[in-house]
Design a protein around this ligand. Sequence first.
Ligand code: NAI
Ligand SMILES: Nc1nc(O)c(N)c(N[C@@H]2O[C@H](COP(=O)(O)O)[C@@H](O)[C@H]2O)n1
Length: 271
Amino acid sequence: MSEVLSFSESEARFLETYLPIEKKDASKLPFVTLTFATSLDSSLALAPGVRTQLSGAQSKAMTHYLRSRHDAILIGVGTAIADDPGLNCRIDGVGGYGSDGLDGQPRPIIIDPSARWTFNEQSRIFTFAKEGRGRAPYIFTTNSSPPAESVELLQKYGGKYIPLKVDPTDVEHRRLDWKALLERLWQEGHHSVMVEGGASIINSLLEPQNQALIDSVIITIAPRWLGQGGVVVSPKRRTDQSGAVIPASLLQQVRWHQLGEDVVLCGTISP
Ligand SMILES: NC(=O)C1=CN([C@@H]2O[C@H](COP(=O)(O)OP(=O)(O)OC[C@H]3O[C@@H](n4cnc5c(N)ncnc54)[C@H](O)[C@@H]3O)[C@@H](O)[C@H]2O)C=CC1
Ligand SMILES: Nc1nc(O)c(N)c(N[C@@H]2O[C@H](COP(=O)(O)O)[C@@H](O)[C@H]2O)n1
C-alpha cells in the first residue's frame, strides 16, 4: 500500500475560515482555493519539468487534508508532464485509505489546451484510480480529436475530455476563459476546487480580470531559496488610472501558521 498521511481536525483548526463553504450567491461558481508550495524566491520547482519537493511532512499532510475538503483539484499540463502526479488524497480514513468508496477523493482537473499530455494505465493518476484510491481526471482541451486510446482509457475509469472555452478576445493564444471553466465545473457537480499550479496557471488566475474568482489563498512557504532558473509565481504588473505601477495583488484577512519548518500563509484576495 502507498503512503498514508494523517492530519487531525485539531491541527486543521487554523484553516477553518479559509475552507470551502457553500456559496450563498447565485453565481453558480465553485469556491476556489489557490494553494501551492513556494520557496523564498517564489519558485515552485528548480527548473521547468523538474519535480521538486518543497513541503515538509506536516505541510504535505495539510495539502492532502485540503484535497479531502475540495471536490476537485486543478493543475496545468506542464505539471502533469513534469510530475506524473497522483492528485488523490492519501489521508487516513478517506476513501481508499481506510474507508470504502471514493468519499473525500477530489476529481483531478487538467488544463491541456492542445491535448499534449500522454498517459497510460501506469501513470500515477490511473494507478490510484485502478486501485479505488483516486479518481480519473477530467481534461479540458481545445483539441477536438484527442488520441482515441486516451479517450478510451479515460472512459474506462470515469474520466473524460471536456471542451475548453478560450477567451473570446484572445482566441489566437488559446487563453482559457476561467469563468466559463468554473461554470462548467459547477455544472459537473464540483462546488469547490483547489488550484495547485503550476506557475503559468497561477499567474493566469492572478491576472486582474480573474482574481475575483479566487475565494481563498493557502500558501506553504519552505525555508529555502531554489535559485535562478526556477519556475516562478510572479503575476503581471498592474497600473492605476494614472499609469503608476501598483502591486499585482494583495492579501487580506491574513494568518500565518507554522507547520514543522514551513510556514503556511492563509488569506483572501483584496478586492
Ligand atoms: N510547489 C508546488 O506547489 C507546485 C509545483 N509545481 C511545479 O510547477 C511546474 C510546472 O509549472 P508550469 O511549467 O508553469 O506549468 P503549468 O502546470 O502551469 O502548465 C502550463 C500549461 O498550462 C496551460 N495553461 C496555463 N495557463 C493557461 C491559460 N491561461 N490558458 C490556457 N492554457 C494555459 C498551457 O498549456 C501551459 O503550457 C512543475 O515543475 C511542477 O513540479 C506544480 C504545482 C504545484
Ligand atoms: N503542496 C505541495 N508541495 C510541494 O512541495 C509540491 N511539490 C507540490 N506539488 C503539487 O503536488 C502534486 C503532486 O501530488 P502527488 O503527491 O503526486 O499526489 C504536484 O503535481 C503538484 O501539483 N505540492
